[in-house]
Design a protein around this ligand. Structure first.
Ligand SMILES: [Zn+2]
Length: 341
């Protein structure tokens, strides 16, 4: 390794999770995947994008100072963004949960101008995928798929030892793979996407339906007979206490994810499938039916070798992953890629 590359590798990187509610940024040691200093402020996404970008830049400079570091110690910034990006131009194209949706906003260059640090963007779930692959549940694996089950269903792929991006970074949207082409409408405009069946709101909707149909379930009591209070977590609690209807709901959600995962098996031959996001906290309630569906539905590869595992890095996966992504962009020396940085 030459000296300048070694220098670059020793630098720390900032990883940022641009969420609809909170803006989180941390100094990350990309060699070990350690989060050294984390700060979180409200995103205030209702303000114009100019104001949000200024707050981001201020936060980055604050986090450097709070960690007792200097700008020279920082090799770059990575921002995990919840939406569609133009990776080459460093622009946001469509952030569905942000007022105004941020079309053609030059987020990367603006942050660079405001902070003086090189800035890379990456989709938020691809950031999580990169983090889990480098330092979490996918560590050491050559080919990995990630499903992030939350408000939506995000995804990401690592294929043959590389984070898969596809054109403009759009590859890996596993939540929008179709499991029934005649199925219900999805937020993306298509019909029958996995997200319409197994996202947090879709699971809550199954609970609401069960209660409103008058089925015998404790979900009604747990939500104080207020359908709006039904959450995936509440249904998981009911299921864990032995409620059959609640168990069925997770069986169904796991089956749907299992069907999408079976398609992923046939497509990329993963060694490990990682299930993350808030809904994955249901644990075996969700993971067991996914595993069972894979065993029943995949026959063209040794499916017993495909492990279905929970994510490991929790809320920090994206921050770690996108910091590593920035390191890969800005610390690449003539001899070494991300393997050394
Ligand atoms: Zn969709």
């Amino acid at each position: 390794m030459n000296i300048s590359n070694q220098d670059a590798c020793m630098k720390k990187y900032i990883g940022c999770d641009l969420g609809g509610t909170n803006l989180r940024a941390a100094i990350v040691d990309v060699e070990f995947g350690d989060v050294l200093h984390l700060m979180s402020i409200p995103t205030l996404a209702r303000e114009r994008h100019d104001a949000v970008m200024q707050r981001m830049a201020d936060l980055f400079l604050q986090v450097i100072q709070a960690a007792g570091l200097d700008k020279d110690d920082i090799g770059g910034i990575g921002i995990g963004v919840p939406g569609v990006l133009d990776l080459e131009k460093g622009e946001t194209l469509f952030l569905p949960n942000f007022p105004g949706t941020w079309p053609h906003i030059p987020l990367g260059s603006r942050i660079t101008r405001l902070t003086g640090l090189p800035t890379a963007l990456l989709n938020d779930v691809r950031s999580i995928t990169n983090g889990e692959w480098r330092f979490g549940a996918g560590r050491g694996m050559d080919t990995v798929a990630v499903f992030a089950i939350g408000t939506g269903v995000g995804g990401g792929l690592v294929i043959n030892g590389q984070l898969h991006l596809g054109r403009g970074g759009t590859g890996g949207e596993l939540g929008h793979t179709m499991i029934d082409f005649n199925g219900p409408r999805c937020g993306c405009g298509n019909s029958g996407c996995l997200e319409a069946y197994a996202s947090g709101p879709a699971i809550a909707a199954m609970g609401m339906k069960a209660v409103s149909q008058g089925l015998t379930t404790n979900i009604a009591k747990l939500c104080d007979y207020d359908l709006n209070r039904i959450t995936p977590e509440l249904i998981a609690n009911a299921a864990q206490a032995g409620d059959e209807i609640a168990r069925d709901i997770y069986e169904k959600a796991g089956f749907y994810i299992g069907i999408a995962a079976a398609n992923v098996c046939a497509t990329i031959g993963p060694r490990r499938i990682i299930i993350g996001g808030g809904v994955a906290q249901a644990g075996a309630l969700l993971l067991d039916p996914i595993r069972r569906t894979l065993r029943e539905r995949v026959h063209i590869m040794p499916v017993e070798q495909v492990e279905v595992v929970p994510s490991q890095l929790g809320d920090n996966a994206g921050i770690i992953g996108v910091a590593c992504w920035a390191a890969r962009m800005y610390a690449r020396g003539p001899l070494h890629g991300m393997g050394n940085c």
